[in-house]
Design a protein around this ligand. Structure first.
Ligand SMILES: [Zn+2]
Length: 392
């Protein structure tokens, strides 16, 4: 069965604390310091930790956490993400998707990595990390630490990608195309950006600033219909259509549906719900788990199966698991069930901290103790092409 991205909506358990002292910030700092600097379980990953991050690390950048108390699922009960098969099959569904995306893009594009992402860069500089796997599609990790490898499990919003030829097209250029194809929407967007209505996810606040939404969560744009929204075709396919296909556009270059011409449709370069994660990504993230000594989960409830199974894979390999997340985490009990004595944190940590304040403190703490990477880590850092011996 292909590995598909699907939303998980079952209730999650309340968070627990491991060791018990990790209930306080001081205790959590101490426990995670032990976790990250432990040399146990070191032979395969040279003592280095893989980070697995989710929406919780981007909240301080002004982006919605889907499940937190101010999250999209919590505030807007009718919110339902579009599925990949709907997007591919329906011109109407795509118009609606791109109209919403057109309104939301500017805010996303203006947001920046926050102190939590910068602290991850700091942990990388200390030689404590092997790589980062993120479920986030905001590209904040690669921006904050371009030298530390980031694997984007669910893709990224910085590009669109053609369903037919797989060529990527820059999302900022695509936004400019949308604006010129949909001038009434562009005017409305400018107005809403001025009012600040798009900087909040709270429907009440948005309404006060002039942004009305219908029960489906669609924005009511005065005088225009979603069905009239236009989006461009893939420029590569337009120039040279795939064999046996045609790409039809109107006089302004907007994609038009002329059955069976489905070629040249651009989609966001994110893995949509119901879409399979490409095999190379699947293999790369599994390798990242296999080569790490331990896994630390930051700001994720592991609600998507594709992320949860990576933590499970690490646990099955006997690797310590750490979790710093405000709410409960899917199946978290089984990650810590075999800890005989919760100890100092080197064998496992569970805490619930605000990442943008907590992680910078953690980096400072580790630096202050005069931590120096072990000789083998120094070697890896000086020569990124160094491959550890095949111990197993
Ligand atoms: Zn194409």
């Amino acid at each position: 069965m292909p590995l598909m991205r699907i939303p998980y909506t079952a209730p999650l358990p309340p968070p627990s604390y491991i060791p018990a002292s990790a209930a306080s910030t001081e205790g959590a700092l101490h426990a995670l310091q032990s976790f990250l600097t432990s040399t146990k379980h070191g032979q395969r990953g040279n003592g280095r930790t893989l980070l697995l991050t989710g929406a919780g690390i981007s909240v301080a950048s002004g982006l919605a956490d889907y499940r937190g108390s101010n999250g999209t699922y919590t505030l807007n009960k009718t919110y339902r993400p579009i599925y990949y098969h709907e997007f591919c099959a329906s011109h109407e569904a795509r118009k609606r998707y791109w109209a919403r995306s057109f309104l939301g893009w500017t805010n996303l594009n203006r947001s920046k990595p926050n102190p939590a992402h910068n602290a991850v860069a700091g942990l990388g500089d200390l030689g404590l990390l092997s790589s980062v796997i993120t479920q986030n599609v905001d590209s904040f990790h690669p921006r904050a630490h371009p030298d530390l490898r980031t694997l984007e499990l669910h893709g990224y919003l910085r590009s669109t990608v053609c369903i037919s030829c797989r060529t990527e097209y820059d999302r900022a250029k695509f936004q400019a195309d949308l604006a010129s194809l949909n001038p009434a929407w562009a005017d409305f967007l400018a107005e809403m950006l001025d009012s600040g209505a798009l900087t909040t996810e709270n429907p009440e606040e948005r309404r006060k600033r002039g942004l009305r939404t219908n029960p489906d969560g669609d924005v009511d744009v005065p005088g225009v219909e979603y069905s009239s929204f236009r989006y461009p075709a893939c420029p590569v396919c337009l120039n040279k259509p795939p064999e046996g296909k045609t790409v039809d556009v109107d006089k302004d270059g907007a994609w038009v549906a002329k059955s069976p011409a489905t070629a040249g449709v651009l989609k966001p370069a994110v893995i949509m719900f119901g879409e399979s994660i490409p095999n190379p990504v699947k293999l790369a993230v599994e390798n990242a788990v296999d080569e790490a000594s331990r896994v630390l989960i930051l700001g994720s409830s592991l609600a998507t199966y594709s992320a949860w199974r990576l933590a499970k894979r690490a646990k099955e390999q006997g690797k310590p698991i750490g979790i710093a997340n405000m709410g409960g985490v899917r199946g978290e009990k089984q990650f810590f069930a075999d800890l005989v004595n919760s100890g100092d944190g080197s064998e496992g940590v569970r805490c619930a901290e605000t990442l943008e304040t907590f992680l910078p403190q953690l980096v400072d703490r580790i630096r202050q103790t005069g931590f120096t990477p072990s000789p083998i880590i120094e070697r890896v850092m000086r020569n990124p092409n160094f491959q550890p011996a095949p111990w197993a």
